[in-house]
Design a binder for this molecule. Structure first.
Ligand SMILES: *Cc1c(COP(=O)(O)O)cnc(C)c1O
Length: 368
């Protein structure tokens, strides 16, 4: 890693998951190969966007798809599509929404830091309820002739103030309002790529650079027509709010290849490998005085995906935050999470040869 070293940085052993601030994911050599190939020739970008979207939709078994420069960009472009459709004057005017339906209904408990991407398109949020409670009646009352869409954040679905997505979709569709879902980090399970659409959602946003393993600056909007077509009309390389969110030919090629590989992934095997990492940690650190080790799954809102097993470590006297910092301060930094106050080892991004490094790091921390 001479480039990182030249910049005075140390590559991190990632036992935390597909965190954007750690780099999201690493790409399969075949993905890099596709990007290298794409970089050798010019091509019509409008057609490449369309054809690549169709290819990905076919691979995923969804009606349509639009490639974006990330899930956050997907939220901006999807919101623009819900407001401006494919009307060129409206597309060029955003974020000025004069004369457009520009309100996005959202449960108060679903306000997250990423939702600035919705506002970037020029929309305004109409919040429903309080963090700990909301009713279907309140949602119905919030939907008016100014409503462009209803926004649902899957990682907030376990908040006390949330309502079931299916119920919200019915409320919205009964009033002619489309539903946008942020499911950026909700893979695996692989079925989730269709699950929210099966429930009736109109547009669903995923990161390309998390579990899918595409370029870090890639993402996907999947969903129904005409909405996905409207996303294309509002996204790069068209002039509009999405023009600055560039999806270059290399990124598009890389994401197509990553999705090809992802749909063929053997999750039975991968879960076996993830469970084996957790078992290794549990076995190695059982019976150490003052240390509790247990297997579990994340239960706090905002920590995704929830189906990946964790090894949780709790020390009787040393706070999790101090332990986390100590692991990052090593010559070979190791990143672990904190969930419900416990140190959380997430096997999602660990490569087999990194497991012994993780174990050694934990050992030096816990075994005097
Ligand atoms: C990661 C994430 C995003 C942003 O995804 P990018 O692909 O990094 O733009 C948006 N929403 C949620 C819930 C996320 O976890």
């Amino acid at each position: 890693m001479s480039l990182y070293a030249d910049l005075g940085l140390r590559p991190v052993i990632n036992a935390r998951g597909t965190l954007t601030v750690l780099g999201g994911s690493v790409m399969d050599p075949a993905v890099l190969q596709a990007m290298t190939e794409a970089s050798t020739a010019f091509v019509d970008l409008v057609l490449l966007q369309r054809r690549a979207g169709e290819r990905i939709a076919g691979l995923l078994g969804v009606e349509a798809a639009c490639i974006t420069s990330g899930a956050a960009a997907g939220l901006t472009i999807a919101t623009a599509a819900l407001m401006a459709g494919d009307r060129i004057d409206a597309i060029r005017a955003l974020p000025d929404t004069t004369g457009l339906r520009d309100q996005v209904v959202v449960l108060k408990s679903h306000r997250i830091l990423y939702d600035q991407a919705v506002l970037l398109a020029g929309a305004r949020f109409v919040e429903v309820g309080v963090t700990s409670a909301a009713t279907p009646e309140q949602v119905a009352a919030a939907i008016t002739d100014r409503t462009a869409g209803l926004f649902f954040v899957e990682e907030a679905s376990t908040m006390r103030g949330s309502l079931p997505l299916g119920e919200l979709i019915t409320l919205a569709h009964d009033r002619g309002v489309p539903v946008l879902v942020d499911a950026a980090a909700e893979l695996p399970p692989a079925d989730n790529v269709r699950h929210y659409l099966d429930l009736g959602a109109d547009l669903v946003v995923f990161s390309g650079g998390k579990e899918i393993g595409g370029p870090q600056s890639s993402g996907l909007i999947v969903g129904r027509e005409p909405y996905v077509g409207h996303c294309h009309a509002n996204s790069f390389p068209q002039h509009g709010i999405g023009r600055g969110m560039k999806t270059d030919k290399e990124t598009i090629a890389g994401l197509v290849k990553a999705v090809e590989l992802w749909v063929g992934r053997d999750y039975d095997l991968i879960f076996e490998q993830w469970n084996a990492v957790v078992d290794t940690v549990l076995e190695r650190f059982a019976g150490i005085p003052e240390l509790t080790v247990e297997r579990g799954f994340p239960t706090e809102p905002g920590i995704q995906p929830t189906v990946i097993p964790r090894a949780y470590l709790t020390h009787a006297t040393r706070p999790a935050a101090d332990l986390q910092t100590a692991l990052l301060d090593r010559d070979q930094p190791v990143a672990v999470g904190i969930e419900n106050g416990r140190l959380a080892v997430n096997p999602q991004c660990l490569k087999p040869d990194e497991v012994p490094i993780l174990i050694t790091a934990l050992q030096e921390l816990f075994v005097p």
